[in-house]
Design a protein around this ligand. Structure first.
Ligand SMILES: CC(C)(COP(=O)(O)OP(=O)(O)OC[C@H]1O[C@@H](n2cnc3c(N)ncnc32)[C@H](O)[C@@H]1OP(=O)(O)O)[C@@H](O)C(=O)NCCC(=O)NCCS
Length: 176
């Protein structure tokens, strides 16, 4: 468990997969800008078990109810992150806290030099979250993914370890 004040992040379990599968194909949950797929539960289970590099977390409110998800994986000397909240949970600072928590956790627990996040250039909410957590916009990755009938650019953001400045929400010696 990665504890916050508004939300906690807990590792996704096999029992979360029906919910994650439903979210993965839900246009409302993925929002206006993210791509979405039509994965079956068994495909999701295969991905969950096969990909040892990728970690999935449930973003839970303080009552323990899942309201979104966060994922990370490795790329080069760093990690990538991705995140989403159900529409009802948005606009209350939960997204900023979830990204702050995973950022603290990754820099505290992994010998990485950077964390990166790609988002649609017009995704103002996601870009503002990244800006608030201290990420810098690096540039556009042109035609980097196919979604909703078109090749789309993504905006690459990163936070270097030396820019991070230590944990904001987790205690320095956090061992979770
Ligand atoms: C991106 C997302 C996680 C943001 O979570 P959230 O909890 O709503 O964000 P917060 O409440 O922490 O808000 C963070 C900032 O963004 C701003 N913001 C939120 N929604 C916004 C919008 N639609 N347009 C512009 N700014 C917005 C907030 O005002 C706040 O900035 P401020 O503190 O300067 O006022 C959420 O919108 C989401 O899940 N979207 C769909 C999936 C998605 O796009 N994921 C990102 C993939 S890269």
């Amino acid at each position: 468990m990665i504890p916050g004040t508004l939300v906690d992040l807990r590792r996704a379990e096999k029992s979360d997969l029906p919910l994650l599968t439903a979210w993965s194909g839900d246009v409302e949950v993925n929002g206006e800008f993210e791509s979405f797929g039509q994965l079956s539960l068994s495909q999701m289970e295969k991905e969950f078990e096969a990909d040892k590099d990728e970690c999935w977390y449930m973003v839970c409110d303080k009552a323990g109810v899942p309201v979104g998800s966060v994922a990370h994986g490795t790329c080069g000397g760093g990690c990538w992150i991705g995140y989403q909240l159900v529409p009802e949970a948005r606009g209350r600072g939960l997204g900023t806290e979830a990204v702050t928590l995973i950022t603290d956790y990754l820099f505290l627990h992994k010998d990485i030099v950077r964390i990166q996040a790609e988002t649609h250039p017009a995704n103002a909410a996601s870009r503002r979250v990244l800006e608030k957590v201290g990420f810098t916009f690096e540039g556009l990755i042109r035609k980097s993914f196919f979604s909703r009938g078109a090749w789309r650019d993504t905006a690459m953001h990163s936070l270097l370890r030396e820019e991070w400045g230590g944990p904001r929400l987790l205690p320095v010696g956090y061992q979770g």
